[in-house]
Design a protein around this ligand. Structure first.
Ligand SMILES: Nc1ncnc2c1ncn2[C@@H]1O[C@H](COP(=O)(O)OP(=O)(O)O)[C@@H](O)[C@H]1O
Ligand SMILES: [Mg+2]
Length: 260
């Protein structure tokens, strides 16, 4: 199983949206997918279409109160195995952040307990950088996707952190989300980002802005089902294609044994 982690330096960048969208699109291709919520916002379950808020999950497991997975995972309608963060108090978060600092590989060890075949994938949504949650996730990652809107502040903060991210053991790529080519300022921000990250920013890693993304989510659906021919749907499929091919290459073609 490979671990793919979505991080960002900006709030509202689209980490949770892209984690859930990629989880659903890869699960529909018969790839075993776990979606793991390491963000105290505890929102990933709602994006995956689950209508119950999980009160307990990894937050409680990280504070040592419950085991990591048992009894706290769900399946969504597309077959994604979902591990929620759970609702935590600030005292609980302080306790678990201290534990994560003391046990830098806690998440890597917990993920290793997921009984998935080599072509399986865990997609991890994190709290925004800098945070203990994001640091843990990056340490556990095979692939880090840095999600950013093409806005100057977001690109500048990502550019500042990028060399640290790239010094991790994982492959690091930048995914530009909420792209609006009509806005000249976004082109300047992208030029700045490209100068900082080089080939980590590929054309395949761009998702256009489309108000149907939140509209579909609010109705419990997906833009790629409601408006399959829109640019953003095309982009999301393109990103999922790229990730599927990357995973296929990493697992030495094991996925070709999947039933389709
Ligand atoms: N490509 C996009 N176009 C339009 N809205 C988007 C797009 N991606 C995400 N959004 C919306 O932006 C908001 C923030 O996204 P979210 O995934 O919650 O960000 P994060 O998890 O990084 O804080 C949500 O309302 C989401 O529906
Ligand atoms: Mg989020």
């Amino acid at each position: 199983m490979k671990t793919v982690v979505l991080v960002s330096t900006a709030g509202g960048a689209g980490r949770t949206t892209l984690t859930a969208a990629l989880a659903v699109l890869l699960a529909r291709r018969s790839r075993p997918v776990a979606a793991v919520d390491l963000d105290p916002q505890n929102m990933l379950g709602a994006y995956l279409g689950l209508d119950t808020f999980a009160r307990e999950g990894l937050g409680q497991a990280m504070s040592g109160r419950i085991p990591a997975w048992r009894g706290n995972t769900w399946r969504n309608a597309d077959g994604v195995l979902f591990a929620p963060h759970g609702e935590t108090t600030s005292a609980e978060r302080m306790a678990y952040e201290a534990r994560l600092a003391a046990e830098p590989r806690w998440l890597a060890q917990a993920l290793a307990q997921i009984d998935f075949p080599p072509h399986g994938v865990a997609l991890v949504d994190t709290a925004r950088l800098p945070s203990q949650q994001a640091d843990q996730a990056v340490r556990a990652a095979d692939l880090v996707l840095c999600v950013t809107p093409p806005e100057p502040a977001a690109c500048a903060t990502l550019a500042r952190r990028f060399s640290v991210l790239r010094s991790s053991a994982a492959t690091v790529k930048v995914v530009v989300n909420r792209l609006n080519p009509a806005r000249e300022m976004q082109r300047d921000a992208l030029a700045l980002l490209r100068a900082a990250v080089g080939d980590a920013l590929e054309l395949a890693h761009r998702v256009h802005f489309d108000a149907s993304v939140p509209d579909s989510l609010a109705r419990g659906g997906w833009i790629f089902d409601d408006a399959p021919h829109s640019q953003a749907s095309h982009d999301l499929h393109g990103l999922a294609n790229w990730l599927d091919a990357w995973l296929e290459a990493q697992s030495g073609g094991a996925a070709s044994e999947r039933t389709r």
